[in-house]
Write a protein that binds this ligand. Structure first.
Ligand code: PNS
Length: 183
């Protein structure tokens, strides 16, 4: 698989530890991995596409063969345009299987040359989904350990407009970015 370029498409609203786990696994087996964020996947997303791209870029900065992009329209067309020959998707539990199978077979019908490859995230993330993270965070519950620190901070800022950034509670990756912007 070392010569294969793969696309990992999704909504990533927001990116979770499960997503990151899958990206890291994918980066190890594919020559190049493009994480494709679908625009307009939901009418009322919690995070804008720009925010999701920024979070994913911060989270994957250490992975040199990973690229973060946004896409519109049919996933198979986008995969073709970036010359990806594989689609990477995660399966957490049997309950994911039916939807993923349906999608993989539809995508195969649309583009027979594009293969879908499934990988399992670490079992400790098998119950983590963006939807549940949003639900827990919106109800004021803790999401530590379910999402990376940078995402946890973004959720806090989004859900509590009074939350003010200051050096003390800013995660290092954002602090560094802000310093660079200022310089
Ligand atoms: O993370 P998600 O929301 O489960 O990802 C779903 C996604 C973005 C992979 C899927 O909805 C998709 O590929 N949408 C693009 C439009 C498309 O190609 N639809 C046909 C899928 S069979």
């Amino acid at each position: 698989m070392s010569q294969v370029s793969a696309l990992y498409p999704g909504s990533f609203d927001p990116p979770t530890n499960g997503h990151l786990d899958l990206i890291e696994r994918g980066a190890k087996i594919f020559e190049e991995l493009v994480v494709g964020v679908l625009r307009n996947s939901e009418k009322n997303p919690m995070f804008s596409v720009a925010e999701r791209l920024e979070m994913l870029k911060t989270l994957t900065g250490h992975l040199k063969n990973v690229r973060i992009e946004a896409f519109d329209g049919l996933m198979v067309e986008y995969a073709k345009s970036i010359e990806a020959t594989c689609v990477l998707r995660g399966i957490r539990a049997v309950s994911d299987y039916e939807y993923e199978l349906q999608m993989a077979l539809m995508n195969r019908k649309l583009e027979p040359k594009l293969e879908t490859v499934f990988m399992m995230p670490a079992d400790k993330y098998s119950y983590v989904s963006s939807r549940l993270v949003r639900e827990v965070a919106q109800a004021g519950g803790p999401v530590r350990g379910l999402v990376p620190e940078v995402v946890e901070q973004k959720l806090r800022e989004k859900l509590d407009p009074a939350y003010k950034l200051h050096e003390g509670n800013e995660v290092p990756a954002f602090r560094e970015k802000r310093r660079k912007k200022k310089a």
